[in-house]
Design a protein around this ligand. Structure first.
Ligand code: FAD
Length: 406
């Protein structure tokens, strides 16, 4: 672990581990070294990376994290967390990626729905859901996007019509990741008697087994169906399903998105650095380490280091202000390009004579990772929306009128 010279302070100091972070890193590394093999099997086996994508493996991994107190590190103690600073959560993400741990199956619950319930939920909602979210006993999905509303949520049409002591919900959500394996959805809907763009938004906790909810998995280029169309037909929910007040949905949704950007942003850069390690191993095995490939690998390594620095600066800003800064948009843009470049380089290497010796499972892994990486430019805010954010929040360009950008 690099320790900064004592003269360094402020942002520079933040780039290096504090003694507390260094100790925590060692503890995390030791726990991961033992538990990963127990839960996920031999890291050196050829099908290890593909196995990490399987839902049962990811579910078991989340339960192991929760049992040992590594899930919800930044959550308050009263809700099963350890109230650690976000910087320690980031250290754990880095160590998990480096050790090649799977992503917990309930990532949306852990990093988005759970923190939003902590911020806006009633005591009953917190008691009912936070424990099961931590352990992955409840999987959660995020029902924001609709066929006519993605980047600009003004187009939302799903209606939760107030009706006696509850709501009757109709409409369609789309691209809802993990909807088919979820028990609950944080559902953004318009709550008004009349339809229309101006009617207020509210957030509801929707049980996915409620009568009238139909999930239709959508097949992706990878051949897998990791997101769904969710059709809602006369779904009845009680008033107690509201998260926050009626009409407060925009504020609740922005809290969800802020948590997504703050936590997942850092996890993604750590994943990217680990993917680059795999590419570097592949280049070594194929015997292609110098020349043009060597230069590309070195450039990519420099980019991952810059991303890490940016991520840690962003985390500091988040810890101080409670809102993610524009660094998150720079990270997202860099991550999507780098992930793509790493995959392209891997596929090129697999096409070389040395690369052809690499086993079939790794061909399959890199092909699937490349195909999945195409969606990175769309999910969690499209490339153009993040360019808009940089132009407005860093360059000070004017914001276009009348948009509700996610
Ligand atoms: C892998 C994956 C997983 C997803 N998971 C979920 C999920 O779990 N839950 C969920 O709710 N959604 C999810 N989504 C949906 C995602 O949030 C939306 O696809 C995204 O917000 C873009 O919305 P859209 O598809 O409607 O495209 P649009 O918003 O219609 O955009 C179309 C094009 O226009 C551009 N554009 C739009 N507005 C502007 C503007 N103001 N300035 C410049 N260019 C603009 C966009 O950049 C894009 O190129 C997922 C998407 C993917 C790919």
């Amino acid at each position: 672990v690099l320790r900064p010279p004592s003269a360094l302070s402020g942002a520079a100091y933040w780039l290096h581990d504090t003694p507390e972070q260094a100790d925590f890193r060692v503890q995390a590394r030791q726990w991961l070294a033992v538990t990963l093999a127990e839960v996920c099997g031999d890291v050196s086996s050829p099908d290890y990376d593909l196995r990490l994508e399987e839902y049962p493996v990811r579910r078991r991994w989340q339960a192991a994290l929760a049992d040992a107190g590594w899930a919800g590190l930044a959550w308050p103690v009263e809700y099963g967390g350890r109230a650690f600073p976000m910087a320690l959560q980031a250290v754990f993400h880095e160590e998990s990626s480096r050790a090649r741990a799977p992503r917990p199956l309930n990532s949306i619950g852990l990093y988005m729905a759970g923190p939003t319930i902590i911020a806006f939920g009633t005591e009953m909602q917190k008691a009912d859901h936070l424990g099961p979210i931590l352990r992955g006993d409840e999987i959660w999905c995020q029902g924001f996007s609709e066929p006519g509303a993605g980047s600009d949520l003004r187009g939302l049409r799903v209606r939760a019509q107030p009706d006696g002591d509850g709501y009757t919900i109709n409409g369609t959500k789309i691209w809802t990741s993990y909807a088919d394996v979820s028990s609950y959805c944080i559902l953004l809907a318009r709550t008004s008697v009349t339809a229309g763009e101006a009617s207020p938004l509210s957030m509801l906790l929707l049980p996915m087994d409620a009568p009238g909810v139909t999930c239709r998995p959508i097949r992706q280029a990878t051949g897998k169906a990791r997101f769904c169309e969710v059709v809602l037909e006369n779904v009845r929910l009680p008033r107690s399903a509201l998260l926050g007040a009626e009409g407060q949905g925009w504020q609740v949704a922005m809290t969800t998105i802020a948590h997504e950007r703050a936590t997942m942003g850092f996890a993604l850069q750590a994943d990217c650095a680990a993917l680059l390690d795999r590419l570097t191993d592949l280049a070594r095995e194929a015997g292609v380490t110098g020349g043009e490939i060597g230069a590309r690998l070195a450039t990519m390594r420099a980019t991952t280091s810059a991303m890490r620095a940016l991520g840690r600066i962003g985390l500091r800003a988040y810890s101080e202000t409670g809102t993610p800064g524009p660094e998150g948009s720079m990270m997202k843009l860099t991550w999507e390009q780098l992930q793509h470049d790493i995959c392209v380089c891997a596929l090129e290497l697999l096409g070389t004579p040395g690369g052809r010796r690499v086993d079939e499972r790794r061909h399959e892994y890199w092909t699937a990772t490349y195909l999945r990486s195409r969606g990175n430019t769309i999910e969690a805010g499209t490339t153009e929306m993040h360019l808009n954010a940089i132009s407005q929040r860093i360059l000070g360009m004017p914001r276009p009128p009348r948009v509700m950008e996610r």
